[in-house]
Design a protein around this ligand. Sequence first.
Ligand SMILES: Nc1ncnc2c1ncn2[C@@H]1O[C@H](COP(=O)(O)OP(=O)(O)OP(=O)(O)O)[C@@H](O)[C@H]1O
Ligand SMILES: [Mg+2]
Length: 296
Amino acid sequence: MNANDDNVIEAIGLRKTYRSGADELVIFDGLDFAVRRGERLAIIGESGVGKSTLMYLLGALDRPSGGTIKFNHRDISGLSDAELADLRNREIGFVWQNHSLLPEFTAVENVMMPLLIRGATHDDALAVSMAGLDEVGLRQRASHRAGELSGGEQQRVALARALAGKPKLLLADEPTGSLDYRTGGMIMTLLEDLHRTHDLTSIYVTHNLAFAGRSDRILRLDKGKLEMSGDLFHAETSNQQDTPYQTAAMGSDSREPATSPDDPGAGRSLGETRTKRSRTAQWMAGLMHREGKHYV
Ligand SMILES: Nc1ncnc2c1ncn2[C@@H]1O[C@H](COP(=O)(O)OP(=O)(O)OP(=O)(O)O)[C@@H](O)[C@H]1O
Ligand SMILES: [Mg+2]
């Protein structure tokens, strides 16, 4: 099998520009990368560098100004708006920083929404959505209005909604950006668990280096160019049993791996976490050494 057969997304010469009056604002140009099936990719970079812009393109919410995006080996640039909407509805789950739930609707109604749009019956959508709320630990809050839930609970509902349609790709743009560290850690752990149980490919944007360090690879955007961390995913997929998580440590320093309940890595055994001190984390350590710890 060709190594590229496993690519869910390929970006080839990707370019995005915005008009600003008479000027053309180039956000990035010539980005080339692929995301493989089953991979967890973190995207980092300074504010304004184009992370959300890239997520919109990968999620077929916007079209590139140049270059190509292939989704499951299919160039999506020729698809109509309706075809792109269908692709999004069936293949991609989205989670945003501000959950974007409808506050007047109940938790379960919010989760049902994409299924009803897709044409599911009310009963089927309800059953799937209740199961989804169960997975994120919120079954007992199903009939609460979304607007009455805490930020962390709302984000859990948003996760259930994103996965209700059984997508293969999950895109999360700063999913913990509005949450305190502990709640954010719980959401990241949930994302990682759902990644496994739903057999997902996950891409998430984060400003949190500890969270980024738990991914398989990191894509860093900087002044319109990209830099990739080491290829941990390929190195370790030969032994899936051994590699569900990487350490949350930010480098090869003396910081011990996560063990406290306050830490997003809690729940992983110390030995397991130690052995997962990852190449991703080493890459981040090099980056921080080079550019100082305020680079994100
Ligand atoms: N629709 C638009 N029209 C014009 N400029 C835009 C548009 N959307 C984004 N931009 C500009 O593109 C650049 C990248 O924006 P983007 O939202 O992708 O950044 P980001 O990396 O996600 O930042 P943050 O970390 O703050 O979320 C910014 O300079 C922004 O002002
Ligand atoms: Mg953004």
